[in-house]
Design a protein around this ligand. Structure first.
Ligand SMILES: NC(=O)c1ccc[n+]([C@@H]2O[C@H](COP(=O)([O-])OP(=O)(O)OC[C@H]3O[C@@H](n4cnc5c(N)ncnc54)[C@H](O)[C@@H]3O)[C@@H](O)[C@H]2O)c1
Length: 351
């Protein structure tokens, strides 16, 4: 563990013993006892320890302090968009996005939302080609001045992700955000999972999201694009849903919610050189009628009726019911929101 020099200079030497406790593994037991004893610590050894803190702090990068470079660059000016046109904060004209899992289901609906407000949206999916639903969405998008483009890209292929996202950013000289929606589900009791199966699911649902976000962040830093990312988690990341045996899926979604907080901490502040300024949030949907869920219904008789009875609205969601949330998160409309998780589940987890 290392401490940022700024934190150290604020806290030392008053709180040196507290700070040292947290980093005790970095010191010999003699040094540790010396610092935590009630006797005053000799000035020379304190200085030596401070020097050691400084040295280590300089070798391990720390996120910038948010108050040093507040996100003024992405805060709307006081009079901006007031009474000029309808909800200009949601306008995405000319902005460039990547949506993973964008061939169908939730990913496709969210991609369409961004294109409907003028965004240029690249849908990544492992499928060799997009289907009819994607073709229709792409036709509709053009009516609104945006577009959908399809790229076969597996999120488990990190080098490919890097390459494809770089190519897109270089072409447009920008990248404004990402929706990471690629995911898989598999129902099985915990004791039936093999290591390989569990790793594979985590590799898509968690590591795939992480690698998508980092590939995109590299380009957003390169072009100094202040933008936004939306990671698709699930209400199953916060609760164990009754009647659904999916221990690994649920854990992978909990990991995504936590990932969003950490990426937000690293990337939200704008640095001195203008990089950063990337907000990161999650959407945690309840049960939606998508191909993934229709497969669950085939596997477990009566599951649909059970799920319908378990939220306050007595029905399952359509993918289109998440478009507004994605548009909110990817646009200026949510310019003060980062590190958070929007739970949209028809009240499923509220009772
Ligand atoms: N359907 C629900 O009820 C529900 C609820 C909460 C969260 N979610 C989440 O929403 C996201 C979309 O789910 P959906 O229901 O639309 O599922 P879906 O199966 O209909 O769509 C998922 C898409 O991701 C793609 N994909 C899977 N693995 C991939 C990989 N390795 N690389 C690239 N693409 C890959 C699939 O080909 C598919 O097109 C998932 O992350 C899912 O966990 C779904």
């Amino acid at each position: 563990m290392s401490l940022c020099p700024r934190i150290l200079s604020r806290q030392a030497p008053r709180a040196l013993s507290t700070v040292t406790k947290a980093t005790s593994r970095s010191f010999t037991s003699t040094q540790f006892r010396q610092i935590n004893s009630s006797k005053p610590v000799a000035t020379t050894s304190t200085q030596a320890l401070l020097a050691e803190f400084e040295r280590r702090s300089n070798t391990i990068p720390a996120p910038p302090e948010s108050r040093e470079h507040p996100m003024v660059g992405i805060a709307p000016a006081t009079r901006e968009n007031v009474g000029q046109k309808r909800f200009a904060d949601f306008d995405l004209r000319g902005r460039v996005f990547v949506v993973t899992g964008g061939a169908r289901g939730l990913g496709l609906s969210l991609a369409e939302a961004l294109a409907e407000t003028g965004g240029y949206v690249y849908c990544f999916d492992r499928e060799p080609g997009a289907g009819e639903a994607w073709d229709e969405a792409s036709r509709r998008a053009e009516e609104y001045g945006g577009f959908l483009q399809y790229r076969q890209q597996d999120v488990q292929d990190s080098k490919g992700l890097d390459r494809t996202i770089e190519e897109i950013a270089d072409k447009h000289q920008r990248l404004d955000g990402v929706v990471a929606a690629a995911g898989v589900q598999h129902l099985a009791p915990a004791m039936e999972w093999t290591r390989e199966e569990a790793n594979r699911m985590m590799d898509i649902n968690y590591t795939g999201v992480m690698m998508t976000a980092t590939s995109a962040a590299r380009q957003m830093f390169k072009y100094k694009c202040h933008g936004s990312m939306c990671l698709i988690a699930s209400m199953s990341g916060s609760v164990a849903n009754k009647g659904l045996l999916s221990p690994v899926y649920n854990s992978s979604k909990a990991a995504v919610v936590q990932l969003a907080r950490n990426l937000a901490m690293e990337w939200s502040p704008i640095r001195k050189d203008g990089t950063g300024g990337i907000r990161v949030n999650c959407i945690s949907p309840g049960h939606i009628l998508t191909p993934m869920v229709m497969k669950n219904f085939e596997e477990v008789p009566g599951l649909r009726e059970k799920w319908e009875s378990e939220n306050m609205m007595g029905r399952l969601a359509q993918t289109s019911e998440f478009k507004g949330a994605a548009l909110f998160l990817l646009s200026n409309a949510s310019s003060f929101m980062t590190g958070n998780n929007l739970v949209i589940d028809g009240g499923h987890t509220a009772w």
